[in-house]
Design a protein around this ligand. Sequence first.
Ligand code: CP3
Length: 335
Amino acid sequence: MKAVRREPASVTPVWIMRQAGRYLPEYMDVRRRVTFLELCTTPELACEVTVTAQQVLNVDAAILFADLLPMLQPMGMELEYVQGEGPVIHNPLREPADADRLQPLESTEPLHYVFDAVRLIRRALPTDIPLLGFAGAPFTLASYCIEGGGSGRHVATRSFMNSDPGAWETLMRCLSDAVIIYLREQIRSGCQAVQLFDSWAGCLSPSDYRRCVLPWTKRVIDAVCRDAPVISFLTGNPALLPAQRDAGGQVIGIDWRMDLDDAWKIIGPDRAVQGNLDPAALYTDLPVLKQLVRRVLDQAGGRPGHIFNLGHGVMPDMNPDHVKAVVDCVHDAGT
Ligand code: CP3
C-alpha cells in the first residue's frame, strides 16, 4: 500500500497475476473436487485458494479468487467454462441490434458469493497483507459479450464498435455502470485496492481506444478511485500507454513488451507502476531467471512506487519453485 502511494518501503512489494492457479499443486487439490465455477461461487473454497497462494508464495498481497466473467451472468449472459477451451458465452451479442439484450446490473445481490469470499479472506489474512479485488474493464467484458469467448483478433468487437456507435455506447454504459457497483461492493466488503483488467484492449489503435474505450474506463476509475486505489492493467500494445495513463488509476500495470524505465517516463512521476517481468522468464533456469528479475528491478532503480509483478499471468505449466524464486529474489534485493 505504501508503493501504491509512492512512499518509500523497505522492499519492493511483489504479487503475481493468477498466483492462485493451476500451476500450484495446492490449487489443483481443491480444483479436482469441484468445477471452476463452483470454486468461484463457494466462498470457503475461494477463500482457501486465495489465502493458500499468498502463504505458499510469501507474496505481499493476496488477490481475490474469482473471475472476470461471472458478473455477466445476472446481466443475462449464459456463461460456461469448457474444459480445455476456457470461457464460453452461449448467447453472445453478435450484432449491434443485440446490445439491448444486456441487462443492467440492478443489484449486487446475485454476486453475494464474491463479497462473502472477500469478508472471509480479509479475516483469514494477516492484517499487513492487503487484499486486492478486481474486475474486467468495460472493453474486455464487451469483447467477451460480443465474441462469445476468447478470441484472437476481436474482429467482431472491432466491427461492432465502429459500425454502430449508439449500440456501442449502450453496451459500454451498461458494462461500466455494472463494474462500478461491483468494485465498490468489493471495497465495502474489505478489499484494500482493486485492479481493472483490460486484457484485450491491446487489439485497438490509440485513436480507436481514445474515442471508444477511454471515456468508459475513465468513468469507472473516476468513480472507484475515491473509495480505494485502482491498478489499471492493460496488455498487448505499448502504443496505448499514454492513453492508458490518461484514463487514470493510482497504479499503471504494464506488460513485458516495454522496458519498465521507458514506460515510467511516459506514465510520469506522479503514478506508481506495476510490472513487468516477461512470464516466459519462468521457463528459464534459475540463474537466468534471477538475472531477468534483477533487470526489471534495476530499471525501477529503487524508485518509490514500484510493485513487482509479471507482465501477464502465470501459466498452468510453470514450475511453482520458479514462481517462488521470483518472489524471494525481489525480496532479497531490498530496494
Ligand atoms: O490472479 C489470481 O490468482 C486471481 C484469480 C483470477 C483468475 N482469473 C482465475 C482463473 C483472475 C484475476 C482472473 C482474471 C481473468 N479471467 C482475466 C484477466 C487476466 C488476464 O489473464 O488477462 C481473464 C481474461 C479471465 C477470463 C478467463 N478465465 C480465461 C480466459 C480463462 C481460461 C484460461 C485457461 O487457460 O483455461 C479463465 C479461467 C480461470 N480464471 C482459471 C483461473 C485459475 C483456470 C480455470 C481452471 O481452474 O480450470
